[in-house]
Ligand binder design. Sequence first.
Ligand SMILES: [Zn+2]
Ligand SMILES: [Zn+2]
Length: 185
Amino acid sequence: MASNSKARHDRYRLPADAERRSRKLAEERFERYLRDHDLKLTPERRAIVREFYRIHEHIEADELLFHLRRAGARVSRATIYRTLDLLVQAGLARRIRLGKDHAYYEHILGREAHEHMICLGCDRIIEWIDPELTNLVFRNCAEQEFSPARHSLQVFGYCQDCAGSSEAEKALELGEDANLSTGID
Ligand SMILES: [Zn+2]
Ligand SMILES: [Zn+2]
C-alpha cells in the first residue's frame, strides 16, 4: 500500500526549493502555535516535524516512529502521537481516520488540497482533485456566508482490486457502509 500511495502522492508535490521554503514555514508556524498554547518546540518535537515533512505519503504514527528511530532520534511513542495531534490542531497536518484506532497522517503545507478515496478492503488511499467539487464547496460556503479554511472529502469503498471480493459484495449489497460513504473529516 505504501508504494501505491507514494506514487499518487508525488503527483501533488512542489519543486524542491518551494518545498524547502514550505518546510521552514511549517516549522515556524508550529513554533508559533506552540508558543500561543504555552508549549515549546522541544528538540524531540522539532525532530518529529522535520521527519514528518520529509515524508510525502500518508503515514501512520508508528511508521513515523520507525523512521525517526532508524535516523537515531530518541523520541517516545507518546510524544509522536501528541505531536501529530498538535500538528493537526495547528492546521499543519491532516488526519485520515480508517477506524477507531487506526489513522494516517499527511502534512498539508506546500501541497495542493485534495480528496481521498479509501479502500475498506486493503486500506489503499487514492488521492484526487476535481475543480468542479472545489467550486461546489466554495459556492455553498459563499451561500452560507461561511469562510472555508480547508476541506476534505473522504469516500470509503472498494478499490479495483478489492471490488470483487466477497467482503466487498456483502458490504455493498447491505449498504452497510452507506453512512461512511461521504464522511467528511
Ligand atoms: Zn483495495
Ligand atoms: Zn492525501
